[in-house]
Design a protein around this ligand. Structure first.
Ligand code: PSU
Ligand code: MN
Length: 305
């Protein structure tokens, strides 16, 4: 297994010194946002994690290796190279064996983080059960990964491009705790509300770390969702975004978009239809998640040291 991993100097030092580390994904860079906002966001998010006492480890696949921690030029590569593939669980063997460049999704990043011994991961939103998933069977591999891999995902909930109700039901079946960080309602990415409740509300990094520590000490394998709503000032109106999403979903259907293209297609449409406002909200919530994730990583590391 070790032959497939390669660590940046910063992350290697952090592991040696038992410092808290936060994993970050690359699909959000290569398939989730346009250039140059994507690479700017990636660098800023890393700095926010450092400013909050942890070490960032952005994860991606290159040259047959799973890279844990990327240099600035590697981040730039993920942000600009059109050949970057989107990598979930099923894609690892092909991308690594062929030496292609691959950006990890939430599922892919969880797998790599677990291999590297990293417990906390910050992102924007998770994939889930798509609307009309009962017809298409489009259920993100993020959910099955959360069921089995011991990494906590700090996110702003799930986008309402998804069927949030069915997504939460699936997580319940698979035993994945959905924790509201300073909130009782599950957030829907662009907005702070969704109409659905979280399972447990926690208000501090220490309480959150205690729950995670207890889960894994009990041997209850699998991840957890730490749902951290977008800051009030950056939030979008729930009803307004719903109209945009309905239009984006309709266009995806008309264009017969399927498989791994669905999520990137819809994200791009939403961005176009909101005149870039959704991108601003997206960046703000990722930064907020990075800050909270770093604080939780610090609290969790304090339990281990
Ligand atoms: N949701 C977002 N932004 C994203 C993604 C989801 O708001 O960039 C990405 C994440 O990498 C997530 C993936 O893991 O899309 C889910 O893709 P799919 O639905 O194909 O599993
Ligand atoms: Mn899918």
């Amino acid at each position: 297994m070790k032959q497939y991993l390669s660590f940046s100097e910063e992350v290697e030092q952090a592991i040696k010194k038992n410092q808290p580390i936060v994993a970050l994904e690359t699909t959000i860079i290569s398939h989730g946002m346009p250039y140059p906002q994507n690479v700017q966001m990636a660098k800023e998010v890393e700095q926010i994690i450092r400013d909050n006492g942890a070490v960032p480890a952005t994860i991606g696949l290159m040259g047959g290796r799973i890279k844990i921690g990327l240099s600035e030029s590697e981040l730039e590569e993920f942000a600009t190279n059109k050949a970057v593939e989107k990598v979930s669980r099923r894609d690892f063997p092909y991308i690594l064996a062929s030496g292609k460049i691959g950006a990890t999704t939430v599922a892919g990043t969880m797998i790599a983080a677990q291999l590297a011994g990293i417990k906390i991961f910050a992102t924007g939103g998770i994939g889930g059960v798509h609307r009309e998933g009962e017809i298409t069977w489009d259920v993100s591999a993020d959910l099955t990964e959360l069921a089995q891999t011991n990494v906590a995902v700090v996110c702003a909930g799930a986008k309402s491009i998804l069927d949030i109700g069915r997504t939460l039901e699936y997580l319940e079946t698979q035993g994945v705790p959905v924790i509201g960080y300073k909130c009782s309602e599950f957030p829907s990415f662009y907005s702070r509300e969704s109409g659905y409740s979280v399972d447990f509300r926690l208000d501090t990094p220490e309480e959150t770390a205690a729950v995670l520590d207890t889960k894994w000490k009990l041997g209850l394998n699998g991840g957890a969702i730490i749902a951290n709503p977008v800051p009030e000032a950056d939030a979008m109106n729930f009803a307004e975004i719903e109209q945009v999403i309905l239009q984006a979903l309709e266009e995806a259907k008309q264009n017969r978009i399927t498989g791994k293209q669905v999520t990137p297609f819809i994200l791009d449409k939403v961005k176009q239809l909101t005149g870039g406002k959704s991108l601003q909200t997206n960046i703000a919530l990722v930064k907020h998640n990075a800050e909270v994730a770093a604080k939780i990583a610090v609290a969790l590391q304090a339990k281990a040291n």
